[in-house]
Design a protein around this ligand. Sequence first.
Ligand code: NAD
Length: 248
Amino acid sequence: MSKTVLITGGSRGIGRATALLCAERGWNIAISYVGNKAAAEQTRSDCQKAGGQCLIKRCDIAHEEDIITLFAVTRDAFGSIDAVVNNAGIVAPAMRLMDMDVARMQRIFDTNVLGAYIVAREAARNMARSRDGQGGVIVNVSSMAAKLGSPNEYVDYAGSKGAMDSMTIGLSKELGPEGIRVNAVRPGIIETDIHATSGRPNRAAELGPNCPLGRTGTAEEVAESIIWLMEDSSSFVTGALIDVSGGR
Ligand code: NAD
């Protein structure tokens, strides 16, 4: 029987690439989208062409009720939820700390931290053996920013991903006895639409070559690491923060 993965922010970028790879490997897929329904429908159609069953559901990851509904709809459609990819995330235009306001930090933390935390909680409630679940896997999409700090640009975003890394470690310890593995990938500079909102649209082209492998990464390369963490080939890996950054 096919396993089911729920991917937040699955209509484009790393989430979409992960959905397509999962479809090719026979997973059922639920993806959430927030603004662009047409893009989510395109991902669904491409997943179906690749051989996977796929549902799409609108869900603002900063809203608890949306997340609870997303899990309920996925469970109703596919029966169980075996893996969850905490992928949805935002960055704000590059800025120095002294020019930032609290609303910006609040928006980033509502999405990247609070949203990811609620998603992890709902994943645990669905998967935990103590609640008659079968166990499962959570993969958090963090960032190399958590390690590098992103001074003068995105210290708020870096802090949000640092929080995600801490949660990954803590949750791996808390949820291991429940049969749930929790890991994170930390992408470096990856060619996706997120850079359009970073205030430095050429950032990928400028910084990409500035790593040992000398180029930007692709969403598909991140997706390969995510799906490895979802599958049994990584069955003894939990609490790991895996850099997918070309050595950056
Ligand atoms: P992207 O902008 O293409 O994708 C982000 C996704 O998150 C989109 O589908 C968007 O709709 C969704 N999203 C944003 N806010 C949301 C909300 N409130 N509710 C629901 N969904 C929401 O960019 P991406 O690069 O594919 O980003 C995916 C993840 O990878 C993010 O968490 C990002 O921080 C992380 N990341 C990306 C890079 C990179 O260079 N591209 C590097 C490090 C980490």
